[in-house]
Write a protein that binds this ligand. Structure first.
Ligand code: BG6
Length: 481
């Protein structure tokens, strides 16, 4: 290996990532059912999103129009192609295919929509990478089964998988089962991750939580994911089906051994629990004590262990935005960033308090690869920021270029360290609705969308400075960064 070589491996999958409920809009068009995302209001950094199963007159629901990709996907994919994308990660809204999840026949218009999106990608030699479930499910299943808490949802999900695996056979190679499945190890993972809506849950960031129910729902997702992997391989042996985790890299805040142990505990539950089950095919030994101490009993069907063992994933995909510090000192914890944990005194943060740590990405890539030894993909990364449109229409997002550049350098170093990294799809390659806050103002895109938090805007797309920069990165396969 040439350690001076700045390029990425031949065939490296450069691209971008989005999710249906954050870009499509058309929330009730062409037979689409209501999803959990459709009942969440807008919010902001200081005002949390609300969950309102009964839609309120005069309240803004960002997923209802989003950036109107449903009607503009051709224009958007043409822009991705102009940047030279090799891959485009997007998700399918389950509710476009099975509006309530329980129909026996799929909705043809929904299936055709995604086939059009796929064909549009293929027209430009862009590899589609599909997330089957990205933080939404039919609201009808939340109402009836409390989301994934009900075991019945496994079969309904597999029915949905079978339909899309068969329909897109020969056109799609890369799939992901559940987006950031490990978010369900945290209370915010209730509605967004597992479709659980406990009585009294209104505030999206402070949902009523029952860890027993949440972990049972997560178990059902593990089983569903493993079954989907098996089924996908049976339908098309070329399918590459991955897991997708939010990477929660954390460091001990101090070298005090109690902080080191605290950090190990956090990393185990937030990262390794889900990774071990989906890659190694079994619950890790440390989970027993964690469940016992937290009063959690996982109810398993007799066949579950065998299903988990035989449905392990082909590659490990993850999102990486920030890192964390762990400590046993409660005072330090209180000053921590949005995800919990303590702030790292060595790092700066973006306007939403997410600390910027490119070295953490190199660390994460090495840790994950050492642990699992299967191909890795970074399927989300990026800088949420306020962008300003200048009088001449330009958007000079040097801060974003700087962020992405540093993370690309970190990935290159990890590859030189020996990691088998096969792709990079920065998040929100086109501006979209923020998941955590429901804002448009928190922008990640290389493409600006004229849409604002009050719902106003022409929806016009504009190339930011980072658009041209990223295009050059891709054209030179990472040599020019
Ligand atoms: C990930 C999700 O957690 O982070 C995306 O998979 C989300 O759906 C992204 O949008 C960025 O988070 P946010 O809250 O800034 O939109």
């Amino acid at each position: 290996m040439n350690f001076e070589e700045k390029k990425f491996p031949e065939g490296f999958l450069w691209g971008g990532a989005t999710a249906a409920n954050q870009i499509e809009g058309g929330w009730n068009e062409d037979g689409k059912g209501v999803s959990d995302a459709d009942i969440c209001t807008g919010g902001s950094h200081t005002q949390n999103k609300r969950i309102t199963p009964v839609l309120e007159e005069g309240t803004l629901y960002p997923s209802h129009e989003a950036i109107d990709h449903y009607h503009r996907y051709q224009e958007d994919i043409a822009l991705f192609a102009e940047m030279g994308f090799k891959v485009y990660r997007f998700s399918i809204a389950w509710t476009r295919i099975f509006p309530t999840g329980e129909e026996s026949e799929p909705n043809e218009v929904g299936l055709q929509f995604y086939e059009n999106v796929i064909d549009e990608c293929l027209k430009y030699n862009i590899e589609p990478l599909i997330t089957i479930s990205h933080f939404e499910m039919p609201y009808a299943l939340t109402e009836k089964y409390n989301g994934w808490a009900g075991r019945r949802v496994i079969d309904l999900f597999i029915k949905y998988c079978e339909v899309i695996f068969k329909r897109y056979k020969g056109k799609v190679k890369y799939w992901l089962t559940f987006n950031e499945i490990n978010c369900a190890t945290m209370p915010q993972g209730n509605l967004q991750g597992t479709g659980i809506l406990n009585e009294g849950s209104v505030d999206f960031m402070n949902q009523v939580d029952d860890p027993q129910v949440r972990y049972q729902a997560l178990h059902h997702q593990f089983v569903a994911s493993a079954k989907a992997v098996k089924l996908g391989h049976a339908i098309d042996e070329n399918y590459q089906i991955g897991c997708m985790l939010a990477n929660f890299t954390s460091y001990p805040l101090t070298p005090n051994p109690v902080d080191v142990l605290e950090n190990q505990k956090a990393m185990r539950i937030s990262n390794h629990l889900c990774g071990d089950i989906q890659v190694r095919g079994a619950y890790p030994s440390f989970s027993k004590r964690y469940f016992a101490e937290n009063g959690i009993t996982i109810e398993k069907a007799p066949e579950d262990d065998e299903i988990l063992a035989s449905g392990t994933v082909d590659y490990y995909a993850f999102s990486y935005y920030t890192s964390f510090c762990q400590t046993t000192d409660p005072e330090k914890l209180a000053t921590g960033n949005v995800f919990g944990g303590a702030a790292n005194p060595y790092l700066k943060a973006n306007d939403w308090g997410w600390q910027i740590d490119p070295s953490g990405l190199r660390f994460a890539l090495n840790e994950i690869y050492d642990r699992y030894n299967i191909p890795l993909m970074v399927v989300e990364n990026g800088m949420g920021a306020f962008d300003k449109v200048e009088a001449d229409g330009s958007i000079n997002d040097d801060y974003r270029i700087d962020y992405v550049k540093q993370h690309i350098v970190a990935m290159r170093e990890a590859i030189l360290d020996g990691v088998d990294l096969i792709g990079y799809t920065p998040w929100g390659c086109i501006d979209l609705v923020s998941l955590s806050t429901g804002e448009m103002a928190k922008r990640y895109g290389f493409i600006y969308v004229d849409k604002h938090d009050d719902g106003s805007g022409t929806l016009e797309r504009k190339r930011k400075k980072s658009f041209f920069w990223y295009k050059d990165v891709i054209t030179t396969n990472g040599a020019n960064i």
